[in-house]
Design a protein around this ligand. Structure first.
Ligand code: BES
Ligand code: MN
Ligand code: ZN
Length: 509
């Protein structure tokens, strides 16, 4: 198998656009742009930039692009790519990140290895945020989703990326370094989530996660089926029993000296390496996509690794319950009742509602290990895709202060999310005649009842559930997002850990 991603050397560059020495300069272009702050661009392109605008070939609409020659005005770099960034006034950090991805992807398509990204004045984005976002963008662009092709596939990798227009200095350099780590982590998660189910079984997923985590300096433990049974994790075991592949529970620990006192962030990711639905089997159409049903787990592994690399001063525990969901002679059946590690009983009405089951035992275990604040990430429900579509993650939780802290993190990360209600009324839908509750509440409010099931295992802790069923996988290629796994949630979790002193209301020990 070939490589899926490489990290370019990213640095700040003080030179003007004309002096930059690269294969391609990426220039964000705003709507009705005159490029007054980019001296020489009009001449450099031999008038092509303004001519294209006048004939309506390029208007600066978000993420459209136009490659022009740039030596006419004596630019050192022979070509520029203009990337639409919309109106300057509404150009956010998120837009800038996507502009950088788009420009860097154009560079790779044209088989260039050295880019420079020009950050222009006129937007409200603070310089450090811009530096980090562009560093994230060029790193995220250095990803290849087809490492299993053996013919007619020869990806070009970016080797160098300069960020111009911001100046330099220690704070900006630190922002660039952070951005590179966040971009790399996003790519690690994408690599795992793109992996076919036969090549990423629970045992292999655990090994791969452990290797990434060890390299990042995390504490790592893999609980096997015997240990999982000892802990009486009846929910995780009930899903695993239908498969020949044994389950795993990956436990990652970040315990830095001098951490913010009194808090331990618990991150839990759904790790179903393939979801057939079990005996409540899914239709054949699109079932192949269910290899990405471990995207939440991949995000937790990648985020924990980034948190360790960045040496963030906050204790974190990462938990990923890993199993296949298969039909088979030993599989659980609709109507079966199983007992969770916490002792709660569940009537399984639909074996395809497996994510909430494996997460239930994992949330309980996070509490046993001392977590004080919980976030879980899961490709949990088709209902969430119906409600919010493919670009917005469903966010559920309590109390409001914790919901707000996570929501803020999603904004800084560029992972769009929207709050959903978890009113107690919905709990009735999970009522069982014979057990504490069922595992499905029917079609109405399906994303909400899924969240309410998980909430049963959060105890009294602040808890947020992110339903990434729609956002984990891109069906249509966009200029800034090729088809396949997106790495959604990775940067959110790291941004949340970065903001810990704020939401913890605690002092550093
Ligand atoms: N992994 C699926 C959810 C999913 C569906 C993710 C589509 C991505 C795209 C999950 O395990 C599932 O099957 N959920 C069921 C729940 C239902 C049986 C209550 C669903 O959404 O249909
Ligand atoms: Mn399912
Ligand atoms: Zn699933």
């Amino acid at each position: 198998m070939q490589m899926t991603h490489q990290t370019p050397r990213v640095r700040l560059d003080r030179r003007t656009a004309g002096e930059l020495d690269a294969d391609l300069v990426v220039v964000p272009a705003f709507e009705r742009d005159t490029f007054a702050d980019v001296p020489g661009l009009a001449q450099a392109s031999g008038g092509e930039v303004l001519a294209a605008r006048d004939r309506g070939a390029f208007s600066g609409k978000p993420f459209e692009s136009l490659v022009v020659g740039s030596q006419g005005g004596g630019w050192r770099t022979p070509r520029a790519v203009l990337v639409g960034a919309g109106p300057a006034a509404s150009c956010t950090t998120d837009v800038l990140r996507r502009v950088a991805i788009t420009g860097a992807l154009v560079a790779r398509q044209q088989r260039f290895r050295r880019v420079a990204v020009l950050v222009r004045p006129g937007t409200a984005v603070p310089p450090a945020e811009a530096a980090q976002a562009v560093a994230e963008g060029v790193t995220i662009a250095n990803y290849d989703g087809a490492p299993l092709k053996t013919a007619d596939h020869d990806p070009v990798w970016l080797e160098e990326a300069a960020i111009a227009g911001l100046g330099d200095g220690e704070a900006l350099a630190a922002a660039v370094a952070r951005g590179v780590v966040l971009g790399e982590a996003t790519n690690q998660a994408r690599t795992l989530a793109n992996e076919p189910g036969n090549l990423l079984t629970p045992r292999i997923f655990a090994e791969r996660g452990a290797a990434l985590a060890t390299a990042a300096g995390l504490g790592v433990e893999i609980l096997d089926e015997a240990r999982i049974a000892e802990l009486r994790m009846g929910l995780l075991l009930s899903i695993a029993q239908g498969s020949h592949e044994p389950p795993r529970l990956l436990v990652l620990r970040h315990e830095p000296a001098g951490a913010v006192s009194n808090i331990t962030l618990g991150l839990i990711g759904k790790g179903i390496t393939f979801d057939t639905g079990g005996i409540s089997i899914k239709p054949a159409e699109n079932m192949d996509k269910m290899k990405d049903d471990m995207s939440g787990g991949a995000a937790v592994i990648a985020a924990m690794s980034a948190i360790a690399r960045l040496k963030l001063p906050v204790r974190c525990i990462g938990l990923v319950p890993m199993t296949e969901n298969m039909p088979g002679g030993l599989a659980i059946k609709p109507g079966d009742v199983v007992t969770s590690a916490e002792g709660k009983t569940v009537e399984i009405l639909n074996t395809d509602a497996e994510g909430r089951l494996v997460l239930g035992d994992a949330l309980w275990y996070a509490r046993q290990l001392g977590a004080t604040h919980l976030v879980d990430l899961a490709t949990l429900t088709g209902a969430c895709v119906v409600a919010l579509g493919k670009t917005t993650t469903g966010l559920f939780g309590r109390p409001q202060t914790w919901v707000d802290a996570v929501l803020d993190a999603t904004k800084r990360a560029g992972d769009r999310a929207w709050p959903m209600p978890i009113f107690d009324d919905y709990k009735e839908l999970l009522k069982s005649e014979i057990a504490d509750f069922t595992n499905t509440g029917g079609r109405a409010g399906g994303a909400i009842t899924g969240a309410l099931f998980i909430k049963e295992f959060a105890g009294d802790l602040p808890w947020v559930h992110l339903d990434i069923a729609g956002t984990a996988w891109a069906e249509d290629a966009k200029p800034y997002q090729p088809k396949g796994a997106t790495g959604v949630g990775v940067r959110t979790l790291v941004q949340l850990a970065m903001a810990a002193p704020g939401w913890a209301g605690a002092k550093t020990a």
